[in-house]
Design a protein around this ligand. Structure first.
Ligand code: DGL
Length: 267
């Protein structure tokens, strides 16, 4: 049997599982490694200098330990900052997840789009460049929330999000009656999409990056250089940067994403 491609999906916390899920749906029979830098979580409120150094160090250690064929930085907060520098010195292809402004601009009818990310992502120069390049004449309302990231982390540990609290976080987006499209610019948020929809005062179009990233990974892996298994089962292992009981609480959720083993990164 030939070896399957090994796909490394990386985030600060559990958010990248939304991207892992989309890739798994498109590419079965591959080997997946899900890595969370839980020791430095959350990224959304950290300084740019810290994140540039941290993501570089963690990815270097992961590449050594995992030897992936492709790296997916499944974190908007990191991707909007570190992609140019990490692409320079890693041999494996790197796919970043950045806010899906372009599809939102194509799909909005009212011309008012919401951008829901971490405080870091919504403040980034890179995000503003995406808006300048792709939003056209549409208005983009930005909301950055770190609390929403925590709510998604807790949801995967079995704690149901409070609808009133979600409603308050979403309120600045819905303040403009014309808003009809919301970009989920943080990979944590698709994990609680049903709760977000339930807490919204009206129906809108929610856009996340999962399917587009899965297509990109597929196109980069192309005709599998290391061969592809016939199996349609997926094998995934999870790696964390710090052991803690917060990791133990994730076991059931990780199983839902086919992650059957947990280990820790040597740095
Ligand atoms: N999941 C990450 C993102 O897409 C952010 C979470 C964090 O703040 O660490 O931006």
């Amino acid at each position: 049997m030939t070896q399957a491609n090994r796909i490394l999906v990386f985030d600060s916390g559990v958010g990248g599982l939304s991207i892992l899920d989309a890739i798994k749906q498109r590419l079965s029979g591959r080997e997946f490694v899900y890595a969370s830098d839980n020791a430095a979580f959350p990224y959304g409120v950290k300084s740019q200098a810290f994140l540039i150094e941290r993501v570089d160090a963690v990815l270097k250690a992961l590449i050594k330990q995992v030897q992936p064929d492709i790296i997916v930085v499944a974190c908007n907060t990191a991707s909007t900052l570190v992609l140019p520098s990490i692409r320079d010195h890693f041999k494996s292809p790197v796919v970043g997840v950045v806010p899906a402004i372009k599809p939102a601009a194509e799909q909005t009818r009212s011309g008012v789009i919401g951008l829901l990310g971490t405080p870091g992502t919504v403040a980034r120069e890179y995000t503003q460049q995406l808006i300048n390049e792709f939003a056209g004449s549409n208005t983009v309302v930005k909301v950055g929330s770190s609390r929403l990231v925590d709510i998604a982390e807790l949801a995967l540990r079995g704690i149901t999000p409070d609808s009133t609290e979600l409603g308050k976080i979403l309120a600045p987006l819905f303040a403009d009656d014309r808003l009809d499209t919301i970009v989920l610019a943080c990979t944590h948020f698709p994990l609680i999409i049903e709760d977000l929809k339930a807490a919204s005062p009206r129906l809108v179009n929610w856009i996340d990056s999962g399917a587009a990233i899965a297509r990109r990974v597929e196109s980069l892996l192309g005709t599998n250089p290391r061969g592809q298994t016939d199996s349609c089962t997926t094998n995934c292992q999870a790696i964390f940067t710090k052991a803690s009981n917060e990791v133990d609480k994730l076991q059931a959720a990780l199983l839902n994403f086919d992650c059957h083993s947990i280990s820790f990164l040597e740095m």
